[in-house]
Design a protein around this ligand. Sequence first.
Ligand code: NAI
Length: 346
Amino acid sequence: MRIVVFDAKPYDIEFFEKWNKKYGAKITYFKEKLTLNNVMLTKYQDVVCTFVNDDLNEKVINILSKNGVRAIAIRAAGYNNVDIRAAYHNRVRVFRVPAYSPYSVAEHSLALLMGVNRKIHKAYNRTREGNFSLVGLTGIVLNGKTAGIVGTGKIARIFIKALNGLGMNVIAYDKFPNEQAAKEENFKYVSLEELYEQSDVISLHCPLFPDTKHMINSETIAKMKDGVIIINTGRGGLIDTEALIEGLKSRKIGGAGLDVYENERHYFFEDESGKVMEDDVLARLLTFNNVIVTSHQAFLTEEALNNIVETTLNNILTFAKKEDLVNEVWYDTETKKIVEGLRPKK
Ligand code: NAI
């Protein structure tokens, strides 16, 4: 198998090289993200390995297919950047790493919440400058407050455990509620409306789909409690960032911890410190002292990198051996829906 890895960072290469001793695949690394402009680099490759900001739209996929690429190995859980339907029609198989370390993301969500609430980012900067003043660092006690969780999958359930540990009252919304999970993790399902109205903290853990795009917008923000803290480690597109900025300016929103941003593609994961920032929305967001932005690092732990690379190489090996691909994402022409998991045998 000839594998080309796009958007390869030094930590990706380190873990791929470590695991590939076992697999012995021929791997080429490109630090660039896959786009229409560089898709010619995939010629004579069997598999392209992509991350969250590679652009796998229909045009790119058509060319991948013409170039002889037979599979897209996503080294992430989300696939909103891949046109699954186009891949299916081009006979390009798509597989992913559905869960590599939900603990990593849940723990980062908690770090953002704690950091924003107790203003750790400000305290850190102040004490390093010899400023030991506490003015402006007042937080709130989370014990007894209400956390509203959108999406109650793997990551959210771990996060909910931690919130319960803090003595928070947890309410949640999921399009596909899991009452068993609600019982086990001690939370209550409510409508989105109720979640917005009752929560002191709102944390987003659902995928980005057309129906969840900009679910946090000026209308939904207006329904929220004054001073609400918003945490997003899901996907940037879940939040209408301009509406969030208005909410922060009007003091409706008390703080935000954001690991993702809707236009992160041009900035996140890269060192842009030597350049003039051209994204006015991101620039404005970074001016708020009650906002912490991390650049999509919630997944970034040693455990997650090991799991990501091992599962990706296993997926590729399974594909090469024509065995059952449990981590496939495919388009069902009958239901016209995207399906996660095994394809039924014909
Ligand atoms: P999961 O698939 O276990 O859970 C997602 C949950 O969202 C499911 O319970 C599902 O029923 C629910 N859901 C689906 N559509 C919904 C809707 N319209 N409204 C409300 N809920 C809906 O996924 P997991 O592993 O917990 O990941 C959650 C999200 O976290 C992913 O979709 C991904 O975007 C993001 N993520 C972020 C990472 C980071 O580094 N910041 C790393 C990994 C995942």
